[in-house]
Design a protein around this ligand. Structure first.
Ligand SMILES: Cc1cc2nc3c(=O)[nH]c(=O)nc-3n(C[C@H](O)[C@H](O)[C@H](O)COP(=O)(O)OP(=O)(O)OC[C@H]3O[C@@H](n4cnc5c(N)ncnc54)[C@H](O)[C@@H]3O)c2cc1C
Length: 648
């Protein structure tokens, strides 16, 4: 528990209803990872008033639990009242299983519950993002995003003591210094980690000596968002908000769920002006309103942001009409293009000590901040050549995927709108042609947190399946529907199956460090057996949903343009992890920090008229007329696998 003084300091910008003003320059919806970064940066100018509305609690009463890095494993807020406790729909191609999707419902959002791996995407992937949005100002290419990812950071090299017994390769030039978020390595490592890169090298995976610099292929011990001064979690709240001096122009209101945007009478050919938002504590309390002078920033994450847009009448017409919501802007891409990383772990017995053994021992050491700073940081990213055991089958696999594009786009996209299908094709082409075979298709992660066992996960990084998130009610307190359509494209299951095979070869290279395989177990050997294991129970989320408010051209079902503006709304931007048009082979926090840092600069350089409205720039896109043509263009959605050719 925090002492009263510390609690006061932590809560300095956090207000109650009675402090609320009627109008702010900026309203930020969601005080999660991205939302708090933008709030902190915008409020650097004392003449700019900023309000953050966060649906979750402040979290002051659990800050200490959150702060212990190993708390991510041993006293996680996953599954508590600080978790949205989302669950997917039953997944047709996963034995009708529903999968839990934890997300942080607390100041700091998912950065308050995540596992703190600090891993960036590859240059090729980020440059492909810039290409897909035709961003001639090069804001979303690698060079710029790298600059902003580094701006968020303050890197501290591993301690001499840690280096004396652990193999860690790092290159400080791939990290930032002087930024708010602390990045370093834990104070303590488990001995088994020393077998990681040497075992990978035995199966042909090189050691990556300069991770996080634009190349991802290879094995390494990743840094984490940890503060080395006290071995605590560094997340958006502790990094960007708690250290601030008093800022009367920054207000953060927890327990405030934004229900919808509010509109006035002002609109033009480019869109509608938003005048503010409506919010409420819960379904029983009255609705409050607050006005915005300049812009509303949606930072509710890949589920919260599309939900607010849909309840505001911005989204696919069929979804809005079915939910009895008045259509304000027909934007077919809202909630579409949803992708996620799937993961499954092979588990072995080990005679060696794991972090789980030390934790269970209850020893004095097991209660130290140094031990509790331990994070599972052993990762590797491998391409499809590694997965198929050599180059020969890769062109065949790639051709099968390319040949299946037309059929997949007709049968697998859960939308009746041609724009969304076009977006799927653009993403598919990028994934099939640019990312196969040179970009990582699979991440491997070693986990040492259970006593007596080691697991190595195989996580699919570039899915060909596409899903969606949508609403089926006009009540914003009803849950959003999440349907990632896992494994709807058969290539995803093939890649995961090959991933399990590859992970086993890594496990074999560990020699007698690993004992008997416990899962899937020695009886699961054929392709069919491994795939059945993956489908029936093994595979789950790696917690990286994205794409639901994708930055894509409007003709490809995009939701935001390269300025992060929602098409059809004059003064609303999305700043969070929903905007990536496709998955990266990376955990998403670092890239999201980069997006938020760059968004803050974009906002600060925006010109506003005297009444606060945005001065239009050349990249604004004219608002389309009513979308009755969509009815004519309706495509029958048949999510059937049988018409696709069998995969390797
Ligand atoms: C369990 C878990 C482990 C992870 N591990 C890692 C990892 O090790 N490394 C890594 O890089 N990434 C990891 N991630 C992913 C990473 O944390 C997220 O990608 C990142 O936090 C996304 O940031 P965001 O700002 O988009 O959303 P969030 O951080 O989730 O923030 C969204 C915020 O908006 C609020 N909100 C939503 N709707 C509303 C509304 N209507 N009104 C008001 N507020 C609203 C939410 O409560 C939340 O606070 C993990 C995620 C999870 C869940």
């Amino acid at each position: 528990q925090l002492t009263p003084t510390l609690r006061h300091l932590h809560s300095r910008a956090v207000i109650t209803d009675t402090d609320l003003r009627s109008t702010y320059d900026y309203i930020i919806v969601g005080g999660g990872l991205a939302g708090l970064v933008v709030a902190s940066r915008l409020s650097e100018d004392s003449s700019t008033t900023v309000l953050v509305l966060e649906a979750g609690h402040s979290g002051d009463d659990v800050i200490e639990g959150i702060n212990s890095p190993s708390g991510a494993y041993y006293s996680s807020i996953v599954g508590t009242e600080y978790d949205w406790l989302y669950v997917t729909t039953p997944q047709t191609h996963m034995n009708n299983r529903s999968v839990g999707w934890p997300r942080g419902k607390i100041l700091g959002g998912s950065s308050a519950m995540n596992a703190m791996y600090l891993v960036r995407p590859a240059k090729v992937e980020v440059d492909a993002w810039q290409a897909i949005i035709n961003d001639d100002k090069k804001r979303w290419g690698w060079d710029n995003l790298f600059k902003f990812m580094k701006k968020a950071e303050n890197f501290t090299p591993p301690t001499e003591e840690l280096l004396s017994y652990t193999n860690i390769s790092y290159d400080a030039s791939t990290h930032g210094s002087g930024g708010p978020m602390q990045v370093t390595y834990p104070a303590f490592m488990i001995g088994i980690n020393n077998n990681w890169t040497s075992s990978l090298e035995q199966v042909g995976v090189p050691t990556l000596t300069n991770p996080n610099g634009g190349i991802t292929l290879g094995g390494f011990i990743a840094p984490s968002s940890i503060n080395p001064s006290n071995w605590t979690r560094s997340y958006s709240r502790s990094a960007y908000i708690d250290p601030l001096p008093p800022r009367p122009n920054l207000h953060i209101l927890p327990d405030a769920t934004v229900l919808r945007l509010r509109y006035g009478d002002s609109s033009n050919s480019r869109g509608i002006q938003v005048t503010g938002v409506e919010f409420a504590k819960d379904p029983q309390t009255p609705i409050s309103r607050v006005d915005v002078k300049k812009e509303v920033i949606l930072s509710g994450g890949p589920l919260g942001t599309p939900k607010v847009l849909l309840h505001s009448g911005v989204g696919p017409r069929d979804v809005l009409e079915a939910a009895n919501i008045d259509v304000r802007v027909t934007l077919p891409g809202v909630g579409q293009h949803l992708q996620d990383h799937l993961t499954a772990g092979v588990v072995w017995e080990t005679p060696q000590e794991t972090a789980g053994n030390i934790k269970d021992s209850g020893s004095d050491f097991s209660r130290t901040a140094e031990f509790l700073s331990f994070i599972n940081d052993a990762v590797a990213f491998v391409n499809v050549t590694a997965l198929f055991g050599g180059p020969d089958p890769v062109p065949v696999f790639q051709k099968q995927i390319i040949d299946a594009m037309e059929e997949s786009s007709k049968t697998l996209v859960p939308s009746i709108y041609p724009e969304v299908v076009e977006g799927y094709k653009a993403i598919y082409e990028t994934t099939a042609n640019k990312f196969l075979p040179d970009v990582a298709q699979l991440e491997m992660l070693m986990s040492l947190i259970s006593p007596g066992t080691v697991s190595i996960q195989a996580a699919l990084q570039h899915p060909f399946s596409t899903g969606r998130t949508y609403i089926n009610s006009s009540n914003p307190f009803d849950p959003i529907i999440i349907d990632p359509q896992y494994y709807s494209h058969p290539a995803d299951l093939t890649l995961m199956r090959q991933g399990v095979r590859f992970v086993r070869s890594v496990g074999a290279a560990f020699g007698d460090v690993l004992g008997q395989e416990l899962a899937p177990g020695p009886d699961v050997q054929t392709d069919e057996q491994i795939e059945a294991w993956l489908v029936q129970g093994a595979a789950s989320t790696q917690y990286h949903p994205t794409g639901s408010c994708a930055m894509l051209p409007m003709a490809q079902g995009g939701v935001v343009d390269a300025d992060l503006r929602v098409y059809g709304l004059l003064n609303v931007r999305v700043v969070d992890s929903s905007i990536f048009p496709f998955e990266f082979a990376a955990h998403l926090a670092s890239a999201t920090y980069g997006v938020a840092e760059q968004a803050a600069e974009l906002l600060k350089s925006t010109s506003y008229k005297a009444d606060g409205s945005v001065v239009p720039n050349s990249s604004s896109v004219a608002l389309r007329g009513p979308s009755s043509i969509f009815g004519l263009c309706a495509i029958i959605f048949l999510a059937s696998l049988s018409c696709l050719t069998p995969y390797l």
